[in-house]
Ligand binder design. Structure first.
Ligand code: FAD
Length: 288
């Protein structure tokens, strides 16, 4: 199918993008296009104009900042997956980026596009919520930064205001004694997460002292599992302890859960603990 006719504008800077968005009410931002263009071709969206931010140099690249790394919004999933800086500082983000879609998707799709789109089956929102990432935005009223946990507000719903642009995502350097990992049950056709599980665990003197567990693909947005976190803390992360704690995952997943003809809500809820346990076990290895 073809998209409805639209005007195309290429922005040369963030300020230029803001000017173009203001001049074209209802315009959509185009990043990698891997979510926006299919939506337009299916006529689920028909913006009269798009503002292409793909050539804005200031939105690209990964740099070291005081307490971690700052990833420009137009950095592709492939660049995130291949970054030695990220693999060292915050490996759960590399894990997730490496498992997105296929090489074509990873070479075009961007971290800014993924967080702005906030697809419930996306991988990066889950890990960004788990590591305490911060989302930087620029809009008509200036710039601001929001914690990932507050940024993702529901299915395809974020804290972005009208005409705000995600400019970067900052992730902390996790440091010694803290391990992180991501485990995923990919949909066999799209590769989106049917279940995605991110774990960040601190280990000291052989026992878990802190655990952050977040799942995606199940409730429509990244969701923490407090019962699993509480059951992990205070114990050595043996296989038995991990399986026992992660058995509490289903109890933390209630309400309106996602389901489809491939995986029902009941199935996702029942199987989530298996992927959470895999993520915790891998994170525990990295913490030691
Ligand atoms: P675009 O498609 O250009 O934009 C998406 C939306 O975000 C649009 O509404 C756009 O206006 C807005 N937007 C984009 N950038 C910004 C910005 N900087 N500020 C504000 N708004 C912005 N994702 C996964 O996580 N896991 C998968 O396994 C996976 N598999 C996929 C398989 C296929 C076949 C396809 C086509 C996509 C898949 N994706 C998957 C999605 C992919 O990662 C997309 O690239 C991503 O969700 C959107 O990024 P993009 O750069 O392509 O954004």
């Amino acid at each position: 199918m073809y998209a409805s006719p639209f005007a195309y504008h290429r922005a040369s800077s963030v300020a230029d993008a803001q000017r173009l968005l203001a001049a074209n009410p209802g315009a959509k931002i185009l990043a990698g296009g891997h979510s926006l263009l299919p939506t337009m071709k299916l006529r689920l969206a028909a913006p009269a104009a798009i503002v292409d931010i793909g050539r804005i140099a200031e939105l690209k690249g990964i740099e070291i900042v005081d307490d971690g790394l700052r990833i420009g919004a137009m950095t592709t999933h492939a660049e995130v997956a291949a970054s030695p800086l990220l693999a060292d500082a915050c490996p759960v983000v590399s894990d997730a980026a490496a498992r997105i879609g296929d090489p074509a998707v990873r070479n075009r799709g961007t971290i800014g596009g993924s967080v702005a789109h906030a697809d419930p089956g996306a991988d990066l929102p889950t890990v960004l919520a788990a590591v305490g990432a911060r989302i930087e935005m620029a809009g008509p009223s200036g710039t601001r930064t929001v914690d990932a946990a507050q940024f993702f507000q529901g299915m395809m719903t974020t804290a972005l205001d009208e005409n705000e642009i995600v400019t970067a995502v900052s992730v902390p350097s996790l440091g010694a004694g803290r391990g992180s990992a991501y485990a995923k049950f990919p949909h066999p056709a799209s590769r989106y997460a049917v279940i995605g599980a991110a774990a960040v665990v601190d280990v000291a003197d052989g026992a878990c002292t802190r655990a952050i567990i977040v799942v995606g693909g199940i409730t429509g947005m990244p969701t923490r599992l407090p019962s699993v976190e509480a059951a992990l803390v205070g114990h050595p992360l043996t296989d038995q302890a991990i399986v026992s704690a992660c058995g509490k995952a289903a109890g933390d997943l209630s309400g309106d859960l996602m389901g489809d003809i491939f995986a029902s809500a009941e199935y996702r809820r029942a199987v989530a603990g298996v992927y959470v346990a895999r993520a915790v076990a891998a994170a525990a290895k990295r913490a030691s």
